[in-house]
Design a protein around this ligand. Structure first.
Ligand code: B12
Ligand code: SF4
Length: 449
């Protein structure tokens, strides 16, 4: 079959992100299929029209990574744009359209209906090949775990994870050049799954709760391939790179052992760690640590079911900074139990974090399959019928989002390393200019104070 895989994600905030998911979907397909990847960061609509005409695909996969930008104070919604794209493609091509991706997996039935797709694959896209086989052999696609069709009644139980070995499409793909020219960053996955149970987080639903590790030597070989293909920086896409401490150390050591020389970074949980953890990581090339800290109030960390205390955060931060790493913290304020006092407690404790950048997000998006969803139901903030496709943010009864933002802004004063949200268009424009001048990586280190 001729398979066209489309990445419609053209968001450049905080920077353009290489559509790694499609490499895995493409990598899972048998050699007998002809595969083309269309990345709309690179192709204009005219070029896509030409591709549709010349390639004439038998089936189209659409990667739906972002539903929205999860920023309550500066909202963007991408599903309407995707619908326009689907309609436009339908006028040019009769091929069935299949949706998948992280965003799709969070709200599959809503997105399936909104985009009027033919099929959807919840969870790992490696099941795309099974769907094609079923269509070729006239078997019912809906028998495949995770596959949804128009005829199916919404099923809200998590899909059984795919259990094969992920294979990435040869990475010297034409579309990687765009990302090399815009910051030099390519991305890499070392495992799937997160075993923690933070109340608001959809990641364990997207990737599964059980860690599925990729052998460190194999991860390092892929990292070297990315380097040979021109990457100047690697972002590790794992939900939390150190949620398996031993594996993260082994991956880092494999990078060093195999001679990876470009810097890398990723998301880390500020949990209790061996004393030399970040020193070892630094020696293996780690440059940026993005901590998913969320709060520094003891009460709120417990309410969020985070696997660490404020003391763990301070010590993880210090260890990372002492090792010479750049460290940023993400905060998620306004969850169940947030009050003026808990926000103050967080802001007071933040003052102990020296040499850092702080990103504040206020209001937590309610996703199905999370503890926050259950809390919002119990508190009558939503009902089982509430649609969550258009973002809905949890608001604590004791403090409004506006009040939290005011409290943060007052404490921030003139400090430029306190950023509310992702920094928006202004920050993205600055990052883009710096990338054009040859700077590489996420670049928030220039704000460290
Ligand atoms: C790493 C990450 C980032 C990094 C990316 C760094 C980099 N250089 O790669 C950073 C920090 C930059 C980032 C930024 C943002 N992110 Co982000 N990010 C993630 C994260 C943790 C992993 C994504 C990833 O790469 N996974 C690894 C790859 C291999 O998996 P995958 O792409 O999902 O693909 C698999 C399946 O989804 C599926 N699949 C993928 N495509 C297709 C297509 C078809 C046809 C099929 C069948 C299947 C399929 O198969 C693949 C293989 O199994 C996810 C959460 C998560 N755990 O998924 C959030 C996530 C994708 N991000 C999200 C968001 C919102 C954003 C931002 C908008 C936040 C912001 N305001 O700045 C920006 C957008 C950036 C951009 N330009 O698009 C949301 C999207 C949901 C939503 N509400 O819309 C997620 C799900 C997190 C969340 N809040 O729940 N992100
Ligand atoms: S917030 Fe981070 S540590 Fe917690 S469940 Fe989500 S990915 Fe795992």
């Amino acid at each position: 079959m001729k398979v066209l895989l489309i990445s419609p994600n053209t968001l450049i905030i905080p920077y353009p992100v290489y559509p790694i998911g499609l490499d895995y979907v493409a990598g899972s397909l048998s050699d007998r299929h002809q595969v083309e990847i269309a990345d709309l960061n690179i192709l204009s609509q005219d070029e896509l029209a030409t591709l549709l005409k010349n390639f004439s695909p038998d089936i189209i996969g659409l990667s739906i990574r972002n539903i929205d930008n999860t920023e309550a104070c500066n909202p963007l919604f991408f599903i309407s744009e995707h619908k326009k794209l689907v309609d436009w493609i339908r006028t040019r091509c009769k091929a069935p359209m299949v949706g998948g991706g992280a965003g799709f997996t969070i709200l599959p039935h809503d997105i399936f209906d909104a985009l009027e797709l033919d099929y959807g694959i919840i969870g790992e896209g490696e099941r795309f090949g099974e769907l094609i086989d079923a269509l070729e052999n006239k078997r019912a696609p809906s028998d495949i775990p995770g596959v949804i069709t128009t005829s199916q009644i919404p099923d809200i139980t998590p899909t059984r994870p795919w259990t094969g070995t992920p294979k990435r499409y040869p990475t010297k793909s034409a579309h990687s050049q765009f990302y090399l020219n815009h910051g030099g960053m390519l991305n890499l996955q070392t495992k799937r799954g997160c075993s923690f149970r933070c109340i608001y987080c959809p990641y364990p639903h997207i990737e599964g709760r059980k860690h599925r590790l990729v052998a460190p030597g194999k991860v390092a070989r892929m990292a070297l391939t990315l380097q040979e293909n021109g990457a100047k920086y690697i972002f590790i896409t794992d939900s939390a790179f150190n949620s398996d401490i031993t594996h993260s150390l082994n991956v880092a050591k494999a990078f060093k052992h195999q001679g990876l020389s470009i810097p890398w970074g990723g998301f880390f949980a500020p949990v209790k760690l061996p004393n030399d953890y970040y020193q070892t990581m630094k020696e293996c090339g780690l440059k940026h640590v993005e901590f998913g800290t969320e709060s520094l109030s003891t009460t709120m960390l417990k309410n969020y079911r985070k696997p660490f205390s404020p003391a763990n955060v301070i010590s993880a931060h210090q260890q990372a900074v002492d090792a010479g790493l750049h460290a940023a913290h993400y905060f998620l304020l306004g969850g169940p139990g947030e009050t003026t006092e808990t926000v103050d407690e967080t802001l007071d404790t933040i003052e102990h974090l020296k040499k850092t950048v702080l990103f504040f997000f206020t209001g937590i998006r309610i996703y199905p399959h999370t503890g926050l969803y259950e809390t919002a139901l119990k508190e009558g903030k939503i009902t089982k019928k509430t649609t969550l496709l258009k973002p809905l943010y949890y608001e604590s009864d004791a403090i409004s989002h506006r009040m939290i933002e005011k409290q943060v802004m007052q404490r921030r004063g003139q400090r430029i390393n306190w950023i509310v949200g992702s920094g928006g268009d202004h920050a993205a424009a600055t990052v883009s200019k710096m990338h054009q001048r040859g700077y590489t990586g996420p670049l928030w280190e220039y704000l460290i104070r």
